[in-house]
Ligand binder design. Structure first.
Ligand SMILES: [Mg+2]
Length: 162
């Protein structure tokens, strides 16, 4: 079964809490309403890095972000990522866990997010249900975004040597 790599936008790709932003990030002003713009910081190298990770490991990349389908129109193209599956989550009690669990099903999973700590019980339940499956929840500091270390953690998880 094809392994799955799940990506969140704010935190892993847009290091919202970094002040100042690291040199590799560039600002993009994204229209979020008729008059409102939102500044996000993106590292254009992340696109290549994630595509390479997916290719090497035979994995599928998918979004799980509150940007929902706008991740494909506003974020992906700026990183050179193709259109990806959007894992929609509408269960406010379970955060993204139920939707990601359903989509990942029994596939090996690597998931980049900065909010795993928000719902500790759902987190434990998610990890417990997947205890026989590769499950790497990679907690990315929103002050740094995805780093080389996170990418190598992902490779190790998929190689079976976490
Ligand atoms: Mg986030």
């Amino acid at each position: 079964m094809k392994p799955l790599i799940v990506i969140d936008v704010d935190g892993p790709l847009n290091p919202w809490s970094a002040h100042p932003k690291p040199d590799n990030y560039r600002p993009f002003d994204i229209k979020v309403g008729w008059w409102r713009k939102l500044r996000v910081w993106l590292d254009p190298e992340h696109g290549d890095q994630l595509r390479q990770l997916a290719e090497e490991t035979g994995a599928e990349l998918a979004w799980a972000t509150s940007w929902m389908h706008r991740a494909n129109t506003e974020i992906g193209p700026r990183l050179g990522l193709p259109e990806l599956k959007v894992i929609e989550f509408h269960d406010e009690h379970g955060w993204k866990y139920p939707a990601v669990a359903r989509y990942a099903y029994e596939r090996p999973l690597v998931w980049f997010d900065d909010d795993f700590g928000l719902h500790p019980e759902r987190n434990r339940e998610f990890v417990h249900k997947r205890r026989h499956l590769t499950t790497a929840l990679i907690d990315v500091d929103p002050g740094t975004g995805i780093s080389a270390q996170h990418l190598s953690e992902a490779r190790k998880a998929f190689s079976g040597n976490p």
